[in-house]
Write a protein that binds this ligand. Sequence first.
Ligand code: NAP
Ligand code: ZN
Ligand code: ZN
Length: 347
Amino acid sequence: MSTRGYAAKGPSLPLEPFDFERREPGPHDVLVDIQYCGVCHSDIHQTRNEWGGSKYPMVPGHEIVGTAAAVGDKVRKFKVGGRVGVGTFVDSCRRCGPCRAGDEQYCEDGATFTYNCYERDGKTMAQGGYSTYITVDEAYAFDVPTSIPLERAAPLLCAGTTTYSPLRHFGVKKDDRIAVVGLGGLGHMAVKLAKALGANVTVLSHSPNKHEDATRLGADDFIATGDPEVFKKNASRFDFVMDTVSAKHDFNAYLNLLRFEGTMMLVGVPDPAPLAPSALQGHRRRLIGSNVGGTKDTQEMLDFCAKHGIAADVEVIPIERIEEAFDRTVRSDVRYRFVIDIASLKS
Ligand code: NAP
Ligand code: ZN
Ligand code: ZN
């Protein structure tokens, strides 16, 4: 099936219109008529080859929402016209321990990520949601609750699940003190989700002008990190730190904000920076990493958001403004997620 998308053809080239093929839906597949796709910082890292190994042409996008245009005859979860969400991966081995536990992103055989990855045949390029349609096995698609406006649901498929998964896995609960570092797409979801879990949330930001927004999003406190004194003043204050920063920074400074046996959850993927053993050892602190959320956590998160009235704060743009959106995201000038209106690709 011929599909229209926007692709990067090289690391320093702007995205441009690109036509490519999607498979015809098989018995277990849903053909999704994409309506909105969020713009994750990982789209920028990968189209610009900031992690190395990028494959071109690359249609990015893994915060996908739309409606089922067709369903295979074995599909049970979705009906034509119903809402469908697709996140950061579209297949995996389905047999290993992580796959059986609904943690497919940690598949021992390697998950098939939504783009910049080969499908399981080892030769077809998976292409993402900056496109009109996607064909996906229903086991890797999500039921998007109707109470969440569709454009505000899109960012939940990556930013939502990436922050929800470690919050749940490490048991963040009522009255825990958590610092969210970086108020962007992931950060603003972390604030909303941690608040809904009853935690006491402090935002740490290098942008002094985000204080009011942090408060509006539900944060109890705000720390502008421009003044190095704040790291001394807030030493050993938090049970958890969730680090969502996209650019290189000093991990040790944030580790030192943890109390005895506190946990720093690293979800941002910046360039590497040195780790001081003493920042961990002195207070038996933990540093953990977490990669997106599996099918189990993602559906649970969508239902949790519906229950708690949570959705992303978005700025909807036509696809033609994608380069501006990338540049503004890199400048931390996004309130708090750009979302592409895919109607702009269909006209
Ligand atoms: P984003 O919207 O651009 O937010 C990143 C935030 O980091 C910015 O808003 C800014 O917050 C802060 N920041 C940016 N540059 C900085 C600098 N030079 N110094 C200090 N702080 C800076 O990005 P995102 O989509 O939330 O993604 C954040 C990171 O997580 C990216 O690296 C992305 O690839 C990664 N990611 C990881 C996973 C995973 O599974 N682990 C999933 C999705 C994304 P302030 O203005 O408040 O300082
Ligand atoms: Zn993402
Ligand atoms: Zn597996």
